[in-house]
Design a protein around this ligand. Sequence first.
Ligand code: UDX
Ligand code: ADP
Length: 457
Amino acid sequence: MFKKTILCIGAGYVGGPTMAMIANKCPDYKVLVVDINDERIAEWNSGKPPIYEPGLEELVNTNLNKNLFFSGNVAEGIAEADIIFVSVNTPTKTYGKGAGKSADLKFWELTAREIKKYSKANKIVVEKSTLPVRTAKAMERILHAGNPDVHFEVLSNPEFLAEGTAIRDLNTPDRVLIGGNETDSGQKAIQELIDIYSHWVDADRIITSNVWSSELSKLVANAFLAQRISSINSISALCEATEANVKDVAKAVGMDSRIGSKFLNASVGFGGSCFKKDILNLVYLCEHYGLPEVAEYWEQVVLMNDYQRNRFVEKIIQSMFNTLAGKQITLLGFAFKANTGDTRESPAIYVAKSLLDEQANIVISDPQALDYAKKDLADCVGNIEYCEDPYTATTGSHAILIMTEWNEYKDLDYKKIYESMEKPAFLFDGRNILDHANLHKIGFNVYPLGTPPLLNI
Ligand code: UDX
Ligand code: ADP
């Protein structure tokens, strides 16, 4: 018999791994994950998760159908649950007021209404998706409207996991943050959530605050991380102009213990479902509260990211004699980072589209992300080939672009690749992961990030 039933609504990148970890660490709880996407649920139930994440499959299969269950029956799940985590998607709005900046809350509000409809007893509702500050309050109002007999206590418990390292991040989190009301029932609900996390997280890493601080902390953490990337990317442009090397600068700067070395890798730009969305959310909030200077300050982080992607494309065009028409260009990597098949906001999407606009023929290779790549580029006109094998993908190409920092790209036989390419052969390392001096020796015209190119012709 289980002590309590935990329900998670939304079986995506956040809900799936988080619940698999809770089920694994809390055998005394029943963990049920529901989703309106039946195909996704069927994949979770098959033991082969619909998302690629190192260590996830093993974790799911250890607990599947013991205390971890996946179902398409949202109503039944809500009725049964004591604690409901909400991790449905909250993309940036594409229409109406706040379009392009504020979060689209339609999935989230639908969920709140469903929780209200099917709840017959008191429940704790936990916001897991990143939501605009004060959403929990709105959720509380929807849940209680016309439903006086059932009490809902809404908590904010933002997820800080990063894709590709989700299982490690969940297993040893830097911190678990729980925001709740300062009332007695709010504090009691916080304690219920602490009881769950205490199964494996040390007490000093579980911190609490009011709901709004918790909601805001998630946005701010992501804004700070993205800001570091935009900062180093801005310096990469200066390094290319001055013959400094951005890697050396990042190393020297990062060794200052007050600054730290993480998130200082210059790249073609950050992607992922969170950074841009969360910063734009923050910008929208600041504008809403009449703080235009603060809004502008944070918006610059996103603008710098756009600049970096544009700069990358312009460098390709200029260095390849100002024409890409009819040339074959291979993108090695399409995922927004290594160790995930996720392509949301991947800089590769933007780069691929820009190359197609220039009438290049593009070949896309990625060990995990080709299915999503095909969907992302479905509406594009032009010649696009998809090919998992990097050697086949690069044969006959004029240029290679390293778009994702997959480990396997570090160990390819670049001599063999060079021999199979059109000459002069170009290589643009959008992730700065390759041995540029060696590539230069092989014969490539090499364009690293944040340091001048190494040219053979
Ligand atoms: C991020 C946050 O890290 C995580 O805490 C939050 O819960 C969700 O958003 P995620 O987007 O999965 O996680 O990946 P992250 O590792 O943060 O990388 C985001 C993007 O930044 C990737 O495109 C990555 O390649 C890029 N990046 C990261 C850099 O360009 N340079 C770096 O130094 C680090
Ligand atoms: P995240 O990265 O935030 O986890 P995903 O898009 O990977 O986002 O996952 C969100 C999941 O939420 C999707 O599988 C989607 O089908 C599901 N979802 C959206 N709305 C609802 C809803 N009303 N009820 C149940 N599941 C929902």
